[in-house]
Every structure is written in C-alpha cells, then in structure tokens.
Design a protein around this ligand. Structure first.
Ligand code: URA
Length: 238
C-alpha cells in the first residue's frame, strides 16, 4: 500500500514544480508538456516499483509500453524497445527508430538495418545473436535527431537495459548516440575507431549505417571498427 503515498508525493512535487515555473495547475496537454521540458523541468522519473538496478528486459519493456515521458509519444505508432537476447556479447545502440521501425516495432529493420545486418555478417556476427536498441525508443518527427531532453527521458531505461543485457562490448552507431553515451561533443570522426567506457563496459563508436548508405566511401572505416568488435568478442573476422 505504499503506491498511494508515493503517487501523492510525486503529485505534490509536480504541482510545486509547476508553481515555481509559474505554470497553472490545469493540464495544457502535450503543448504544456513541451513547455515544461523546454523550461528544463526534469522528465518524469521511472516508476518507483521498477527495479532499475537489477532489471529484466521484459519488465523494462512493460514499463515503457505506454511511455509518455517526453513529447515523442505524440507522433509514434509504438515504442521500439529493442531486439535480441539478454546476455548477448555485443549490444548495438543506434539513434532512434525510423518509419519502418515505428511500423514494425523493431529496431533497424529499414534500409539502414539491412546494411547493418550485411556488415555484421561480413565480420562473422549474426543479427540474432546481438542485442540492438536505440538512444530513444520512439520515432522523432521527420526522423530529426533526438533532442537532449528526449534522450534524458529515455536514459534511465537505456542504462537499465544495458545492465539487463550485460554485454561484453557496446557499439554506438553514429554521432547522436555516441555523443550522448559518452557525454561528448566531439565529432563522430574523432570518436569512432577508439575504445571508450560506458558503465564499465568497453564501447566502440562507429559510423551509422544510414550515413554509410549516403557515403559508401566511409564503409572501410566502419568495417575496421566491426572487425575490432568481433575480435573483442573472441572471433577471428575474415
Ligand atoms: N536508425 C536508427 O538509429 N535506429 C533504427 O532503429 C533505425 C534507423
């Protein structure tokens, strides 16, 4: 029976925060939420009943199924949580679902995903044995980059997802994911190809496959990165 006092506490904090921000107590719908976020109000916290320290992928997916913590929920068809087995050696983290992913509910199933699968196969990795997700779980309108507050709303869930998968290595795909995960504003060309650390797990950024579709000349660098990942997993890539 702790849920009711907790909910009342959260409501009291929320109302106090709205008061401090000079906002009325009447809900203004999504526009009001946008305004709150623009004013720097923190996104609503994950439910207190969710164990973020020792989470299960199923529990996290359930907690996010009807997520409305940021304005992206307004334009999505569905939350695209992630795909792959807990315990996968490699976890790939992209930017955000696109149109095809929003339709199918799975990450990297559009043209960029098809290229990613071919590139993984080329270094001896199968899609079914890696875990794939994104920085944000809902499609941004017009496929724009995720905004910092949208990434912040998803962040506790992404971090818990990393704990649930417990991969040996992580690969960040593209600039937005790499910069957000590494809290860096360095360009992707400077971040890629070098090992970094995320929550004690080695993380290697590389180019996003959508970028490689636009600029195939950069594929050789991405292959070098994927070979490095395969080697870190104990495989001998061709
Ligand atoms: N691009 C991404 O970053 N993620 C997807 O799931 C699809 C395309």
């Amino acid at each position: 029976m702790t849920a009711i006092p907790q909910a009342l506490g959260a409501l009291r904090d929320n109302l106090a925060c709205r008061g401090r921000l000079g906002l009325g107590l009447i809900e203004g719908g999504p526009a009001q939420l946008e305004r709150l976020l623009a004013l720097g109000a923190p996104p609503p916290a994950p439910p207190a009943t969710l164990d973020l320290q020792e989470p299960s992928l199923e529990g996290l997916a359930l907690a996010l199924a009807d997520c409305r913590r940021c304005p992206l929920h307004q334009g999505r068809r569905q939350v695209v949580f992630g795909d792959g087995p807990a315990g996968a050696g490699l976890m790939l983290i992209g930017e955000a679902p696109g149109a095809q992913e929003d339709k199918e509910g799975l990450p990297f199933v559009g043209p960029a995903g098809q290229l990613l699968e071919r590139m993984l196969a080329a270094v001896g990795l199968k899609r079914a044995e890696v875990y794939i997700t994104n920085l944000v779980k809902c499609r941004p309108p017009g496929n724009r980059d995720p905004q910092p507050l949208e990434a912040a709303a998803c962040r506790p869930f992404l971090e818990a997802q990393v704990r649930a998968v417990a991969p040996r290595v992580i690969c960040a795909l593209g600039r937005p994911a790499s910069q957000a995960l590494l809290d860096s504003d360095a360009p992707i060309s400077a971040l890629r190809g070098r090992w970094h650390d995320f929550q004690g797990i080695p993380l290697l950024p590389t180019f996003h496959p959508a970028f490689l579709l636009r600029d195939p000349a950069r594929k050789s660098e991405a292959y070098r990165d994927l070979k490095d990942l395969a080697r870190a997993l104990g495989q001998t890539p061709a």
